[in-house]
Write a protein that binds this ligand. Structure first.
Ligand SMILES: NC(=O)c1ccc[n+]([C@@H]2O[C@H](COP(=O)([O-])OP(=O)(O)OC[C@H]3O[C@@H](n4cnc5c(N)ncnc54)[C@H](O)[C@@H]3O)[C@@H](O)[C@H]2O)c1
Length: 267
């Protein structure tokens, strides 16, 4: 009998985003793509946003082939009007907004701070931090109208610590953690929870590409030793954590910076 109950519980948990409308940014690749699939498998209507139409379309094809519900919206996180239009499209299409995974981002160019140009600094801050600010701003407005919701932002292990030659990325991701906590404080009492996931190194296309460069190959080798599970992550492992944070099962979790990093930050 207990076994039957457990099976029923796990079936409910597997569909714990049933009927929720959830925006995913950076949904065309890596963590965003895998997470969008996890959310759709859990019953969500997923609004797939990316700057790449090809990527967003590919993710939509995968979700639909599994019987899931998805729609694509092109948006550049560096453009406020695009972010505003993305949120409007989600509400127009599905009538409400229940969740968002603000995940789109670019990585460091790989230079020491004194060699970074102002343009490189501003580009990273604009996409990786200001883009998340705009997402939260317009998502909160829509969620208030829907009666509440949950937001998860993708920060990084370097939202808490630093690695060399990544000042713009480290600063932006520390900013995402701060922004998450600030938004949690503003909206926790209004039925909107805001949390962050902090991935360790995850095997996505951008990491594979960087691994071909000797500097990053050496850095990743050093960092791998500090992932105490003995390996780097798979994109869907971040999606599973985000799925839980977006679900009602995480109803008492607000303002957290959740490490999903194979033990990296704990070492
Ligand atoms: N892969 C890792 O090891 C790792 C570790 C920690 C944090 N992260 C974070 O996870 C997130 C996803 O990274 P990923 O590894 O899946 O990378 P990825 O390059 O595979 O995917 C990023 C997606 O974001 C999109 N994107 C880039 N700039 C955009 C913009 N201006 N507007 C809209 N979309 C844009 C890209 O087109 C791409 O589809 C990022 O925020 C990254 O900083 C990744």
């Amino acid at each position: 009998m207990q076994q039957v109950a457990n099976r029923a519980d796990s079936a409910t948990a597997a569909r714990n985003l049933e009927g929720k409308t959830i925006i995913v940014t950076g949904a065309g690749s890596g963590i965003g793509q895998a997470s969008a699939i996890v959310f759709a498998d859990a019953g969500a209507n997923v609004v797939l946003s990316d700057i790449s139409a090809e990527g967003a379309n590919a993710t939509a094809d995968i979700i639909r082939s599994r019987g899931g519900v998805a729609t694509q919206v092109l948006a550049d996180m560096a453009v406020e009007a695009d972010v505003q239009a993305l949120v409007r499209s989600a509400v127009d299409r599905y009538g409400r907004l229940d969740g968002a995974f603000n995940n789109a981002g670019i990585v460091q160019v790989g230079k020491p701070l004194h060699e970074l140009s102002t343009e490189e600094w501003e580009r990273a801050l604009r996409i990786d931090l200001t883009g998340v600010f705009w997402c939260i701003k317009y998502e909160v407005i829509a969620m208030k109208a829907s009666g509440g919701g949950a937001i998860v932002n993708t920060a990084s292990s370097v939202g808490q610590i630093a690695t060399p030659n990544a000042a713009e990325y480290v600063a932006a991701k520390h900013g995402v953690v701060g922004l998450t906590r600030a938004a949690a404080a503003d909206y926790g009492g209004k039925g909107i929870r805001v949390n962050a996931v902090l991935p360790g190194v995850v095997k996505t296309p951008v990491v594979t590409k960087l691994s071909a460069e000797p500097y990053f190959a050496t850095l990743f080798e050093k960092i791998r030793e500090r992932h105490s599970v003995g390996r780097f992550g798979e994109p869907n492992e971040i999606g599973e954590a985000a799925r839980w944070l977006l679900s009602d099962a995480a109803s008492f979790v607000n303002g957290s910076a959740m490490a999903v990093d194979g033990g990296y930050l704990a070492m």
